[in-house]
Design a protein. Structure first.
Ligand SMILES: *Cc1c(COP(=O)(O)O)cnc(C)c1O
Length: 424
């Protein structure tokens, strides 16, 4: 046990951390600054952030143009109520972002994080059908899905360890099998044969089930699900909270399948990873379904910090950085990942290697698989000692680096994983 600083002592006395069992964890590491792909701890050690600090840091930590946009905005207009008022950062962000998403999405509803972006999508879907006078009340979601930690988001997420304490408080959804294991399109067809006119919406994480273990599924299945939704008038919700802003290669994962959703949820990388913000994008048809002289037909949802100007300024600056040079950086990461995947395929102790854009994932070969598998914890510790931040999902190890990561940075992380797996 190392001596606690005033920060770690105050933390130990007063802070309750997310996804942390305080009875079975080491003290958290005190980070004092960050730059590019690196975090620096109180002792000056550099740690390569191979997971973009929980999938949010997009271009790099402390990216100067985003930092400057935030500082400028904070001195100009830091916050204003967003009902009855608007401002340049929000209106222009909506215009600039909607220009770059799949066709057909024309409206942006602002919220605070990924979970609220999902809550809003589900509320819009349910209220839309109610306003139309159609009795569509069923939400369909995938096995192994993760859509956030608030009650609605938990309801559409896979049931299990995270949701068990609240099981009877969650609303029921119709469940499709994990598209990696089963023919999800055929399963959806079977479900629709029985109750198509009851279904309000289908929600999916396009191309990758993230928290469910970086499970990558096919563009073909995505297209199949999209077509079935279109045929039966069901709303297709794409939760791109993790995949958005280039993580899977193209700007949005829906582009792999050439599809446009009716609703899209965004967060995580939206501000470049600087400030919290959620967004739910919708079609004009959905927006028009609520528009009326009748106040009862309002979407009664909003958060205190809706469209916070500073967060909007950060998002605009981040969007401006998603240019051709950034495309090239993402392609370089993918090339690097593919070479590592070839190496991992012949590394003992590693199986099921997969790459999509800037995401590389693989499974460690262990007996006690699952989220509570201790192997991931061990790897995390070993990697930290080597100056690399990994956070395996049970026995699934993955890299999801900021786009400024260099080949040398990535090589360090690959080496860490390979050496660990070989020693298993
Ligand atoms: C992280 C995540 C969420 C929840 O976002 P928060 O900002 O953590 O609330 C929702 N959906 C997906 C796909 C995610 O990866």
């Amino acid at each position: 046990m190392t001596l606690r600083s005033s920060v770690t002592a105050a933390d130990a006395a007063h802070v309750w951390h997310p996804y942390t069992q305080h009875g079975a964890s080491d003290d958290p590491i005190e980070i004092v600054r960050a730059d590019g792909a690196y975090l620096f701890d109180a002792s000056g050690r550099a740690i390569f952030d191979a997971i973009s600090s929980w999938w949010v840091t997009l271009h790099g930590h402390a990216e100067p143009t985003i930092a400057a946009a935030i500082a400028d905005q904070a001195r100009t207009l830091e916050q204003v109520i967003f009902a009855g008022f608007t401002h340049e950062p929000a209106a222009l962000l909506a215009e600039e972002l909607l220009r770059r998403v799949p066709n057909g999405l024309t409206r942006m509803f602002f919220s605070d994080d990924g979970s609220t972006a999902v809550e809003v999508a589900v509320k819009i879907a349910l209220q839309y059908w109610q306003l139309r006078g159609e009795n569509r009340r069923v939400i369909v979601a995938l096995e192994n899905a993760y859509h956030g930690d608030t009650f609605g988001a938990m309801s559409v997420s896979a049931r299990g360890l995270f949701t068990d304490p609240f099981a009877e408080k969650l609303f029921e959804v119709a469940r499709l099998p994990d598209p990696v294991d089963a023919d999800v399109v055929a399963a959806f067809e079977r479900l629709l044969a029985a109750r198509a006119s009851d279904v309000a919406a289908l929600i999916v994480e396009p191309m990758v089930l993230g928290s469910g273990g970086m499970r990558m599924w096919s563009a073909e299945s995505m297209r199949g699900l999209r077509e079935l939704c279109a045929r039966h008038g069901i709303l297709f919700i794409a939760d791109e909270v993790m995949t958005g802003f280039g993580r899977t290669g193209p700007l949005f994962a829906c582009e792999h399948a050439g599809i446009s959703p009716d609703l899209m949820c965004l967060s995580k990388g939206i501000t470049g990873g600087f400030l919290p913000m959620g967004a739910t994008l919708t079609t004009e048809e959905l927006f028009a379904g609520f528009r009326s002289p009748d106040r009862k037909r309002t979407l009664f949802h909003g958060h205190s910090y809706t469209a916070n100007p500073i967060a909007c300024a950060a998002a605009r600056a981040s969007l401006a950085l998603l240019d051709e040079a950034c495309d090239a950086r993402r392609r370089a990461i993918e090339t690097s990942h593919r070479a590592a995947a070839t190496r991992f395929e012949s590394t003992p102790g590693i199986s099921n290697v997969r790459v999509l854009g800037t995401i590389l994932a693989a499974d460690l070969v262990v007996k006690d698989a699952g989220y509570l598998s201790t192997i991931g914890q061990t790897l995390k510790r070993v990697a930290l000692d080597a100056g690399v931040l990994l956070r395996p999902l049970g026995d699934t190890v993955y890299l999801l680096p900021p786009y400024c990561a260099t080949t040398a940075d990535l090589d360090r992380a690959y080496d860490c994983i390979a050496e660990f797996a070989e020693a298993l």
